[in-house]
Design a protein around this ligand. Structure first.
Ligand code: IMP
Ligand code: MG
Length: 179
C-alpha cells in the first residue's frame, strides 16, 4: 500500500492528539445529557472507535450505513440509506460522526432524515476532516478535526474503492492510483 501514497497529510500522532481534544469538548458539552453517537459506516468506523474511548459519558452508540460514492473519487449526488430501520434516537441528543465533509450531501441527508423521522432532541455533526471547497449543500460541522485542501484522501477509515481504510495515517494517493 505504501507505494501508492503520494504524501502523508496527517500522522497517527497528530490524529490522536486532535481526537482527544474533540472528545474533551464533546464530553464537556454533553455532560448530564442523554447522548447517542451515530457513526456513518464504513468511513467513520476508525475515527468513532478512537473518539468514543475518550468520552467518559453514559452514551449510546448506533450506526447508519449510506452510500453516495460508487467507486470513483466524485460523489454521485444521490445518498442511499443501506438499511430499512433508523436508529432509536427519539428524545435523545444525537451526535452524527463521519469521516469527512465533502459535498455536504451525505450529512445533510442524514441530519434531515433524523430530524424528520426520528424526533431527536438535537442533532450535531462531528467530522474528522473537512474539505475547503464550495459545498453542494450548506453544512457545518460542530466538531471538526482538520480542514484540508480539496484533494482525495485515504486512510484512518477513508477508502478508495474500499481499500486503504486500515492505513494509520491520512494520505493522498498518487495520481496514477486514484482517478
Ligand atoms: P459528501 O456527501 O460529498 O460530503 O461525502 C461524504 C462521503 O464521501 C464521506 O463519508 C466519505 O465516505 C466520502 N468521501 C468524500 N471525500 C472523500 C475522500 O477524499 N476520500 C475518501 N472518501 C471520501
Ligand atoms: Mg464513505
Amino acid at each position: 500500500m505504501d507505494e501508492d501514497i503520494e504524501k502523508i497529510l496527517l500522522t497517527p500522532e497528530a490524529i490522536q492528539r486532535r481526537v482527544a481534544e474533540l472528545a474533551a469538548r464533546i464530553t464537556a458539552d454533553y455532560r448530564g445529557k442523554e447522548l447517542t453517537i451515530v457513526a456513518v459506516l464504513n468511513g467513520a468506523l476508525v475515527f468513532t472507535a478512537d473518539l468514543l474511548r475518550h468520552i467518559p459519558l453514559p452514551l449510546k452508540l448506533d450506526c447508519v450505513s449510506v452510500a453516495s460514492y460508487h467507486g470513483g473519487t466524485e460523489t454521485s449526488g444521490e445518498v442511499r440509506f443501506d438499511q430499512l430501520s433508523l436508529p432509536d434516537i427519539a428524545g435523545r441528543h444525537v451526535l452524527i460522526v463521519d469521516d469527512i465533509l465533502d459535498s455536504g450531501l451525505t450529512l445533510d441527508a442524514i441530519t434531515a432524515r433524523f430530524n424528520r423521522e426520528c424526533r431527536p432532541l438535537s442533532t450535531r455533526v462531528c467530522v474528522l476532516l473537512s474539505k475547503l471547497k464550495t459545498r453542494r449543500k450548506e453544512m457545518e460541522a460542530h466538531y471538526l478535526g482538520f480542514e484540508i485542501a480539496d484533494e482525495f484522501v485515504v486512510g484512518y477509515g477513508l477508502d478508495y474503492q474500499e481499500r486503504y481504510r486500515n492505513l494509520p495515517h491520512v494520505a493522498v494517493l498518487k495520481a496514477e492510483v486514484a482517478r
